[in-house]
Design a protein around this ligand. Structure first.
Ligand code: AHM
Ligand code: MG
Length: 351
């Protein structure tokens, strides 16, 4: 990676033009050269992911113009109403993963069963994704996103759903793309830094704009659907109550920020710090968010950006093995110290 960030005046006249940009394509190629044993399979898979993100971003931008918003008349495996854009996002993602030729098995939030690409029997990767998370917000133009986790299949794996019932620590890469004012891709590879890319629509490229993202260790912002607080367990209630009491006389309590679109709430939390929570509760003892394609990828991103992510039992989220491909969990993720506060309060109750 070059450190030369010089800007030159050139074709843009007096406007400074930065020609030292690192596109996602260049970044992936440079990453591959760092691994002598790399075959290029993972890079090709990432190129297909990139294509899926660009396509979904395009359709979301065009949605109101070409009248794609609204119900498609079917329900997804979790029983939620499915929007047309959900169907399109899902189709784009499946087709991109199939055409990469590198994916053996794909789990999507929109599909009851995993999709096994028998036409690629030697493909070595498994992918879990939520193609358009937060889709209930689409009609209001709120940011939504794609969440993904990538696993390498074990030697001799047959490409069955059992190949994905593994802890998030087995992921080789994970991340999300938020479709907002511009598309933002946040991606991390195993034990590596978290990098953020911004889609430059004019160039049609994701540009590395946030290298080696590190989240603030603490910040007084909490993001949770407090409408569920009636069903929360006592430690969760206590935690939330403490945030609303200023620590010292004349101090300020926490600010509440909840978009209701996990990717958007997560992206803000990653940049500004704070905590995002969707706890399990008495009404939903398993929580709402899905382990494989919502919680685990986010946990990997947050941990590698210096934060923490735990489930409602205060176990490390990334170590949880889902019992089924659509298994759910409670989650608390965010700045290291903010999540630690939740853990400390829960520990007090365990004594
Ligand atoms: P979805 O996968 O059906 O879109 O649901 C997941 C979304 C998350 O993006 C968000 O964090 C959560 O559901 C919001 O739930 P609630 O409306 O209960 O607060
Ligand atoms: Mg979802």
């Amino acid at each position: 990676m070059s450190s030369n960030n010089e800007s030159h005046s050139g074709p843009g006249g007096s406007e400074a033009i930065n020609t030292e940009i690192i596109t996602l394509t260049r970044f992936l190629t440079e990453e591959q050269t760092k691994h002598k044993e790399a075959t290029g399979d993972f890079t090709l898979l990432c190129h297909s992911l990139q294509f899926a993100f660009k396509s979904i971003a395009y359709y979301i931008r065009r949605a109101s113009l070409i009248n794609l918003s609204g119900l498609a008349g079917s329900a997804n495996s979790t029983g939620d109403d499915q929007k047309k854009l959900d169907v399109i996002g899902n189709d784009i993602f499946i087709s991109a993963m199939r055409s990469s030729g590198r994916v053996r098995i794909l789990v999507s939030e929109e599909e009851d069963e995993p999709i096994v690409f028998d036409e690629h029997p030697t493909a070595r990767y498994a992918v879990a994704c939520d193609p358009i998370d937060g889709s209930s917000n689409l009609d209001a133009g709120v940011s939504v996103g794609t969440i993904f986790g990538i696993y390498k299949l074990a030697e001799g794996a047959k490409g069955t759903k059992e190949d994905l019932l593994r802890p998030g620590t087995d992921m080789v890469a994970a991340g999300f793309t938020m479709y907002g004012a511009s598309a933002q891709l946040v991606m991390t590879m195993k034990d590596g830094p978290v990098n953020g890319f911004t889609m430059d629509s004019a160039l049609g490229e994701f540009i590395l704009t946030h290298p080696d993202m590190k989240m603030p260790r603490k910040r007084s912002i909490y993001s949770v659907n407090e409408g569920n607080s009636y069903w929360w367990e006592d430690p969760v209630k206590e935690w939330c109550d403490t945030l609303k009491k200023p620590e010292k006389e004349g101090g300020k309590p926490y600010s509440a920020r909840y978009i209701g679109s996990m990717v958007a709430d997560a992206y803000r939390t990653l940049l500004y710090g704070g905590i995002f929570a969707y706890p399990a509760d008495k009404k939903s003892p398993k929580g709402k968010l899905r382990i494989l394609y919502e919680c685990a990828p986010m946990a990997m991103v947050f941990e590698q950006a210096g934060g923490q992510a735990v489930n409602s039992k205060m176990d490390r989220m990334i170590e949880i093995i889902p019992e089924s491909i659509h298994d759910k969990s409670g989650i608390f993720m965010g700045s290291y110290e903010e999540v630690q506060k939740v853990i400390d309060i829960h520990n007090k109750y365990k004594k």
